[in-house]
Design a protein around this ligand. Structure first.
Ligand code: NAD
Length: 402
């Protein structure tokens, strides 16, 4: 039996896919309401294919509970935020989870940490707990790569990394993942697995930062960055990403900080990329301001931000550029922008309007922060607005870009 601890964006799909492929699974989360909802057969976040996966898993052997189980194998998928001052990982969630596992696990149990951690975290923060407890448990690290919006497909098709202390345990964990994963599963040591995951996310961050820096350079010189990127990408070995209003989510905007915090003075390009991407919401504000000046547009309350999530067609708002932009406005002692997101059904910020037609009727100047499919299907409703399109998805006389 596999006990999956933490049933959020990563733990829930993992628990479900394991169960749907014939493994006996108990999903544990300390949130009572989340567990109750899952036991009623209701999914806890929007994700294509997840509802179907829950139905399939429930036909097999899965239970959701707030209790930790006495068993031989655990998967831990709890949050790993970073400390905003030191930039280092805050390991408290994994430490708590491991302490609870140690109270119930069998001697010789395998504990797989899927949460993203900075290199050396397991040796520094987790191993001492297991040594102190005296239980002979095997620690492994199997970081997750799936992307919200395509999780179910990626769980089955991405390649994976398993970090273990020895090949035998590594192969055992690899076989567990191979029950549903068709991608290559590489077995390595724990520190390499830890480093690989944060390196991947820092790579993405740096590439996005490059596109965002180009936006600023080209804007300052009156050049069209999109045309320049289009032409540059015709080079067989160049692939510049699309610029945007910033980077959010629980991975790319967080994990590179682990490297900055742990390798001060060495992680220079990584730090620069983080700063560039974090500066983008403020840059969007500057663009809004200059467009307002150009069009003699005075009424901030008739400006609307479209999109609250950190990426298109998901409901995850963590660290999103729109939230960063609203925070930035607050710091400037200003507010009044309206906000709408079709994927966010609950009120998250006071500026939010839940109905699209009402939102559109209350604004004259629309800022597209996220390219949800919904906006692409509703272009006809926004064509008479002044638009700042940070995602380069609309065209027209009154459309501005980053
Ligand atoms: N979300 C992503 O796209 C993504 C992608 C790859 C990797 N990751 C990594 O996966 C890890 C989990 O992220 P997430 O997005 O699933 O987080 P999440 O916040 O969606 O879910 C975490 C869950 O863990 C539960 N929890 C926390 N501590 C617990 C404990 N001690 N016992 C039981 N339950 C506990 C919380 O109630 C919550 O439901 C993080 O390290 C993250 O960096 C996330």
């Amino acid at each position: 039996m596999i006990n999956v601890i933490g049933l959020g964006y990563i733990g829930l799909p993992t628990a479900l896919i394991l169960a749907a492929h014939g493994n006996r699974v108990v999903g544990t989360d300390y949130s009572k309401s989340l567990v109750e909802q899952l036991n009623r057969g209701v999914i806890t976040f929007e994700e294509e294919g997840l509802e179907y996966l829950l139905e399939s898993a429930m036909k097999y052997d899965i239970v959701f509970t707030t209790e930790y189980q006495a068993t031989d194998i655990y998967i831990i998928a709890v949050p790993t935020p970073y400390d905003k001052n030191s930039k280092k990982i805050d390991p408290s969630f994994i430490i708590n989870a491991i302490q609870s596992v140690l109270q119930v696990c069998h001697e010789g149990a395998v504990v797989v940490i899927e949460s993203t951690v900075s290199p050396g975290t397991i040796e520094k923060h987790i191993r001492p707990l297991t040594m102190h407890d005296g239980k002979d448990i095997h620690l492994c690290h199997a970081p997750e790569r799936i992307i919200p919006g395509n999780m179910v497909y990626e769980l089955q098709h991405n390649s994976r990394t398993v970090g273990a202390d020895n090949c035998c345990i590594g192969e055992q964990v690899k076989n567990m993942y191979a029950s549903f994963c068709k991608g290559e599963i590489v077995v390595t040591d724990i520190r390499t697995a830890e480093m690989t995951k944060v390196v991947e996310n820092a790579f993405r961050d740096i590439n996005i930062a490059y596109a965002n820096e180009l936006v600023k350079i080209c804007r300052s010189d009156g050049l069209n960055v999109y045309e320049i990127i289009r032409i540059a990408n015709m080079h067989p070995r160049v692939n510049i990403l699309a610029p945007g209003p910033g980077v959010g989510g629980h991975c790319i905007s967080v994990d590179p900080w682990f490297l900055v915090g742990d390798y001060p003075g060495l992680a220079n390009i990584i730090l620069a990329a983080r700063n560039i991407n974090d500066s983008m919401p403020e840059y969007v504000l500057d663009r809004i301001h200059s467009i307002m000046k150009e069009r003699s547009f005075m009424d901030v309350s008739r400006i609307g931000l479209y999109g609250l999530t950190y990426k298109e067609d998901v409901d995850d708002v963590r660290e999103s550029p729109t939230l960063q932009l609203l925070e930035s406005m607050e710091r400037h002692l200003s507010n009044g922008l309206k906000v709408y997101d079709p994927c966010v059904k609950k009120l998250i910020v006071k500026e939010q309007i839940l109905d699209f037609n009402e939102f559109i009727s209350e604004i004259d100047f629309l800022v597209i922060m996220i390219a949800h499919t919904h906006i692409k299907e509703n272009f006809s409703k926004i064509k008479d607005k002044v638009i700042l399109d940070t995602r380069y998805i609309v065209s027209g006389e009154s459309v501005y870009y980053l």
